[in-house]
Design a protein around this ligand. Structure first.
Ligand code: GUN
Ligand code: ZN
Length: 451
C-alpha cells in the first residue's frame, strides 16, 4: 500500500485566475491527502480520516497552507551582491553585479554559492523557479548538480553575452552552441530540472550570438527561453541603436525565433503596444519584478496594458536587483505600485496576489499539475506559520476569509514565517519540526531536508 499523508490545515489557493473571474478558495480546518506526491483528496477532515485511516496525520492548524510559490525570474550568481542600492540598471550592472558574476569562472566558487541560493528559495517558500544562470558552463554544472539535490523545480541555463559586459564574461557563438548542447544533454528533463536558453539581453548579444541561441532553442521542442526586455529607458535606447534594422526590442529576439509559448521576458516596463500584441500572439510570458523595478528606478509596470493585450504575467523577485527572495514582498510591492499608478493601475485584490505568485507562474513556466492545491495536483505547498505574538500572528489569527488571510500574509509575512516547504510531497525545507514540536525555535536556521 502506498503510504499517504493527511495534512490538516486552513488551505487557501486560486485554482482559477482572478483576472478571469476566479476567486480565492478558502477551506478552514480541512484536509489534504497526498499519495506519491499527488493530492488524492481535499475536503473535510472527518471524511478524509474515514477514507484514509492509515494516513499519517500532519497537524498544520496553526497558520495557513498555501500552494508553493513560483519565482519566474531570479539570478543565481547575484546572491552575494544583492541589495546594491542607488543606481539605475546599467550602472548597477557595472558597479555591483558584473564584477561578482566574473567570480563564477571558478567552479569552486559556484559550488559554494549554489546550495545557499537554493536554500534561500526553499526557505522563502519558492518551490519552482526560472533561474538566470551564470556565464560559465562549469558554474552551471555545479548549479544543476545542487539544484538536483535540492528537490526544487528548477529551469535554468547558461547565460551568454559577447559584448558590453566585462572581460571574462564573453563567449562566442560556437562556444555558446557547444556548451549549451552539453548542458542540455546532461541536465534537461532530469528529475525536476529543465534547460532555458538565456542570452543576458540583446544589449550584450550580437546577432550571431542570438542566432546561436536560436539554434539551441530550435534543437528540441521542450526547451525554455528567457531574457530581459524593456527594463530601463537607457537600455531600450542602446538596444535601438545596436539593432537599427529591428522593429523594436522584442524583435531583436523575435527575428531569431526566440519568442514563443516557452519564452519568458523579465520586466517589460517600457514595452510598446505592438510588442505587447506580439507577445500575446506568440503566447510568451512576462516576469513582473516590482521590487527590482523600484530599487533600480526602472518604472511603474503597466499591468493594465499587459492584461488588455492578453499577455500572461507572473511574478519574479529578480534577486539581486530585487530586494529578497520572498514573493510575498514582491506581491505586496506589485500592489503598491499599481496603487501609485492611480487610474492607470490595476486595483489588485488579495486573490490576484496569490494567483500571481503561484498559478500564474506555473502557467508561465508550463508546469502542468502545479500552482494550486486541488485533487490531482502535485503537493507543492508551504506552511506559513507566524512567530507567536508577532504582528502577523495577531492579525492572521483574526482572519476568517481568503481576502483577510491573503492580504495580511502578503503585507506582513516574511521568509521567517515559512515553516515548511514541500515539492511533489517531498519536504525540502523546514524551519522547525512540522510535526508539532513546540520546543523547536520558531527562528532556527533553514534545514535542507531533500537529497
Ligand atoms: N539586464 C541585463 N542583466 C540584468 C540583470 O542582471 N538584472 C536585471 N535586473 N536586468 C538585467
Ligand atoms: Zn534579471
Amino acid at each position: 500500500m502506498v503510504p499517504s499523508q493527511l495534512y490538516r490545515a486552513t488551505v487557501v489557493d486560486t485554482p482559477v485566475s482572478p483576472f478571469e473571474g476566479g476567486e480565492a478558495r478558502y477551506d478552514a480546518d480541512s484536509a489534504i491527502v497526498v499519495e506519491g506526491g499527488v493530492i488524492r483528496f481535499r475536503g473535510a477532515f472527518d471524511e478524509a480520516s474515514r477514507r484514509h485511516p492509515d494516513a499519517t496525520v500532519v497537524d498544520l492548524r496553526d497558520g495557513v497552507l498555501l500552494p508553493g510559490l513560483v519565482d519566474t525570474h531570479v539570478h543565481f550568481p547575484q546572491l552575494r551582491s544583492m541589495a546594491g542600492l542607488g543606481l539605475p540598471l546599467l550602472d548597477w550592472l557595472d558597479r555591483y553585479t558584473l564584477p561578482e558574476e566574473t567570480r563564477f569562472v571558478d567552479d569552486a566558487y559556484a559550488r559554494e554559492v549554489a546550495p545557499p541560493f537554493l536554500n534561500a528559495l526553499a526557505a522563502a517558500g519558492t518551490t519552482s523557479a526560472l533561474v538566470f544562470g551564470s556565464h560559465f558552463a562549469g558554474a552551471m554544472r555545479e548549479f544543476f548538480g545542487a539544484a538536483s539535490s535540492s528537490g526544487l523545480r528548477i529551469t535554468s541555463g547558461l547565460v551568454v553575452g559577447d559584448r558590453m559586459l566585462l572581460d571574462g564574461l564573453y563567449t562566442t557563438p560556437e562556444r555558446a552552441r557547444e556548451e549549451a548542447a552539453a548542458l542540455v544533454e546532461a541536465w534537461h528533463g532530469r528529475g525536476r530540472l529543465r534547460y532555458a536558453v538565456t542570452p543576458r539581453f540583446s544589449l550584450s548579444a550580437s546577432d550571431d550570438l542570438l542566432a546561436a541561441c536560436s539554434d539551441t532553442f530550435a534543437s528540441r521542442d521542450d526547451l525554455w527561453f528567457t531574457s530581459h526586455l524593456n527594463e530601463n529607458p537607457a537600455e531600450v535606447d542602446t538596444v535601438a541603436s545596436l539593432f537599427p534594422d529591428r522593429r523594436d526590442y522584442l524583435d531583436t529576439y523575435d527575428h531569431h525565433g526566440l519568442v514563443n509559448r516557452r519564452s519568458v521576458f523579465a520586466h517589460s516596463v517600457h514595452s510598446t503596444v505592438p510588442e505587447l500584441a506580439r507577445m500575446a500572439e506568440a503566447g510568451a510570458s512576462v516576469a513582473h519584478c516590482p521590487t527590482s523595478n523600484s530599487a533600480l528606478g526602472s518604472g511603474l509596470f503597466p499591468l493594465r496594458r499587459h492584461l488588455d493585450a492578453g499577455v500572461r504575467v507572473a511574478l519574479g523577485t529578480d534577486v539581486g536587483a530585487g530586494n529578497g527572495f520572498s514573493l510575498f514582498k514582491d506581491g505586496i510591492q506589485a500592489y503598491f505600485m499599481q496603487m501609485l499608478l492611480g487610474p492607470d493601475g490595476v486595483q489588485l485584490e488579495p486573490a490576484h496576489l496569490l494567483y500571481l505568485a503561484t498559478l500564474a507562474g506555473a502557467e508561465a513556466l508550463g508546469l502542468d499539475g502545479v500552482g494550486h492545491l486541488g485533487v490531482g495536483m502535485q503537493f507543492d505547498a508551504i506552511h506559513v506559520r507566524p512567530a507567536p505574538g508577532s504582528a502577523y500572528d495577531i492579525v492572521l489569527s483574526r482572519s476568517e476569509s481568503a481576502g483577510d488571510v491573503l492580504a495580511r500574509t502578503f503585507a506582513l509575512a516574511t521568509t521567517h514565517d515559512v515553516a515548511a516547504t514541500w515539492v511533489g510531497g517531498d519536504l525540502v525545507h523546514a524551519r522547525s519540526s512540522v510535526l508539532g514540536d513546540e520546543g523547536a525555535s520558531a527562528m532556527t536556521d533553514p534545514v535542507p531536508l531533500h537529497g
